[in-house]
Write a protein that binds this ligand. Structure first.
Ligand SMILES: NC(=O)c1ccc[n+]([C@@H]2O[C@H](COP(=O)([O-])OP(=O)(O)OC[C@H]3O[C@@H](n4cnc5c(N)ncnc54)[C@H](OP(=O)(O)O)[C@@H]3O)[C@@H](O)[C@H]2O)c1
Length: 287
C-alpha cells in the first residue's frame, strides 16, 4: 500500500484537530502520518488513516468499489471488483463505525450477515465508547427480508431496520418478532434519506458508514447527507449494464467533492472525497 495523495508532507489541518486516539489502543494519529511506500499497512495504520473526524454531529461516509468503466457490480455482486486490500479497508471502515447502513437489495443480493466483533479493533472500539461491532441498519420500504437469516437472529447488536411510517404492518411485526429494531424515518412507506443521519444519531450512532447499494447511495447524496465517499477504483473493465456506484435521478448540477487522499495497492486506487462544507476529515486522519 502506498499513499499517492497527499504526498510527502502531512496535510494542513483545516478543522479542529481530532483527539488523539488513546495509546492503549495501539493506534496513534502519528501512525498514519508517514507517506507509505509499499508493503502491507497494518490495521492500526489503516484505522488511523481512516479515523472519523472530530465533529459534533453525525458523519456519514460511504464505501464503494467501482470498475474502471464505472460498474458497481459484476453478475450482481461486488466481489468480482474487489481485492484483498479493498477487503482490508472494508473491514477497517466497519471496525471504526457505529452503524453500517445498507439498502435491502444489497442485503438480498450479497446475503448480508451481522458485522463481526474483531479482536483487532476491540481496544480501539472500547476506547471510543463503542460496542464490539457496528449495528447493521437495513433500509427498506417493503421489508421483504429473510427474517430467519443470521443477520436478524444472531447479531452482536440488534439489526436495525429503517423504514417509513406506512411500511406493511405485518412485515414490521415479523421484523420485530425476529429481534430487529424498527426505526421510522419517513412519512410514507419510504425512508426520507435526509433524515437517516439524525435518526441514527438519536440512538448515539454518529460514526456512520453506508455500503450502498447504488440506489440508496444516490438518495443519500441527493439529500446532501453524504459527508464522505471512499471510492475504490478497481483496475478492471466489467462492461455490461451494471449501475454506477450511485444510481438515481440526475442532479440539477453535478455536486463538487474535495479530494482528501489516494492510496494505491495492486493497481487499485483507494480514493477518499469529502463534501465541501463538511468539516475536513484531514485533521483526524493522515495516512
Ligand atoms: N460496488 C459496490 O461497492 C456495491 C456496494 C453495495 C452494493 N453493490 C451492488 O449493488 C446491487 C444492489 O444495489 P441496488 O442499488 O440495486 O439496491 P440497494 O440500494 O442496495 O437497495 C435498494 C432497496 O433498498 C430499499 N430502499 C432504497 N431506498 C429506500 C428508501 N428511500 N426508503 C425505503 N427503502 C429504500 C428498497 O428496499 P425494499 O425493496 O425492501 O423496499 C430498495 O429496493 C447489488 O448487485 C450489489 O452487489 C455494490
Amino acid at each position: 500500500m502506498r499513499r499517492l495523495f497527499p504526498s510527502g508532507q502531512p496535510a494542513v489541518p483545516t478543522a479542529p484537530a481530532a483527539p488523539a486516539v488513546p495509546a492503549a489502543t495501539g493506534v496513534s494519529a502519528a501512525a498514519g502520518q508517514t507517506a507509505g511506500s509499499g508493503g502491507e499497512w497494518s490495521l492500526d495504520r489503516l484505522a488511523a488513516a481512516y479515523a472519523y473526524p472530530a465533529v459534533a454531529r453525525p458523519w456519514l461516509r460511504a464505501n464503494m468499489v467501482s470498475s474502471l468503466d464505472g460498474a458497481a457490480h459484476h453478475g450482481g455482486r461486488s466481489q468480482p471488483l474487489s481485492s484483498p486490500a479493498d477487503m482490508r479497508i472494508f473491514g477497517v471502515l466497519r471496525g471504526l463505525a457505529d452503524v453500517v447502513i445498507v439498502g435491502a437489495e444489497t442485503v438480498r443480493h450479497e446475503g448480508y450477515r451481522p458485522a463481526r466483533a474483531r479482536e483487532a479493533f476491540a481496544a480501539l472500539r472500547a476506547a471510543a465508547g463503542q460496542g464490539p461491532a457496528p449495528a447493521i441498519a437495513v433500509v427498506s420500504a417493503g421489508l421483504e427480508l429473510d427474517f430467519s437469516a443470521r443477520l436478524f437472529t444472531a447479531p452482536q447488536v440488534p439489526t436495525l431496520i429503517l423504514t417509513g411510517a406506512a411500511a406493511p404492518v405485518e412485515r414490521v411485526r415479523a421484523a420485530r418478532a425476529a429481534g430487529a429494531e424498527v426505526l421510522v424515518a419517513g412519512e410514507s412507506a419510504r425512508v426520507d434519506a435526509a433524515r437517516v443521519p439524525s435518526v441514527l444519531a438519536e440512538r448515539g450512532l454518529t460514526r456512520q458508514l453506508t455500503e450502498g447499494g447504488p440506489r440508496l447511495l444516490s438518495q443519500l447524496a441527493a439529500a446532501g447527507a453524504l459527508d464522505e465517499l471512499c471510492l475504490a477504483v478497481a483496475p478492471r473493465v466489467a462492461l455490461g449494464t451494471a449501475a454506477r456506484v450511485m444510481h438515481g435521478p440526475e442532479s440539477e448540477v453535478p455536486a463538487e467533492f474535495v479530494l482528501e487522499s489516494v492510496l494505491e495497492e495492486d493497481g487499485f486506487l483507494f480514493t477518499r472525497y469529502r463534501r465541501p462544507g463538511a468539516a475536513s476529515a484531514e485533521a483526524g486522519t493522515a495516512e
